[in-house]
Design a protein around this ligand. Structure first.
Ligand SMILES: [Fe+2]
Ligand SMILES: [Fe+2]
Length: 181
């Protein structure tokens, strides 16, 4: 199903991103200078690719259909599970960004610790969240949604992708590839 395949593919990019975050955190722990510019680029990727592009698409399309069409079990899974975790991710991004700004103003160890804690917590959250969606949430949607709804989801996903593909491809995926080299 196209609408789910796109999301699964994005999870692979998000997992590369979590590896990158962990690598940067380890470098800091090993005594390397804190590269605040690179950290800000990570936050930009987290906000625009992982959150607005990926979580946004889940919330606007697949999860909307699941809540509307699949009853209380799906509603509970989406609202109490997936959406809560999307919000927790936003919280980590905000705290991580605040810690970078504080560190830039004054290079204290406690701000460095807050950078590492929030960055690493965010990476763990994204990783666990994507695994849950792959195994439980998307699998449930694939099993339970009607063929008509799957087709509608595919069409809406295609439209969403067409509107956003250029900036996502040219800016964010190029940035990620460069970091992974
Ligand atoms: Fe999600
Ligand atoms: Fe996801």
């Amino acid at each position: 199903m196209y609408g789910v395949d796109v999301l699964l593919e994005e999870h692979k990019r998000i997992l590369e991103f979590t590896d990158l975050i962990k690598r940067i955190c380890c470098h800091i722990l090993e005594g390397k200078e804190v590269d605040t510019q690179l950290l800000k680029e990570c936050i930009d990727f987290g906000r625009n690719y992982a959150d607005i592009h990926h979580h946004g698409k889940e919330e606007k399309i697949l999860f909307r259909y699941m809540i509307e069409k699949l009853g209380p079990v799906a509603e509970k899974l989406v609202r109490n599970g997936m959406l809560v975790e999307h919000d927790l991710g936003r919280y980590h991004l905000g705290e991580w960004e605040k810690a970078i700004e504080q560190y830039e103003a004054e290079a204290k160890t406690e701000y460095k610790l807050a950078i590492i804690t929030n960055a690493s917590g965010y990476a763990d959250l994204l990783k666990r969240h994507a695994a849950k969606e792959d195994a439980v949430c998307y699998a449930f949607a694939l099993r339970m949604l009607s063929d008509e709804d799957k087709e509608r989801i595919n069409q809406e996903t295609e439209q969403f992708e067409q509107e956003k593909a250029k900036v996502i491809q040219e800016k964010y995926l190029v940035w990620l590839n460069t970091q992974m080299e």
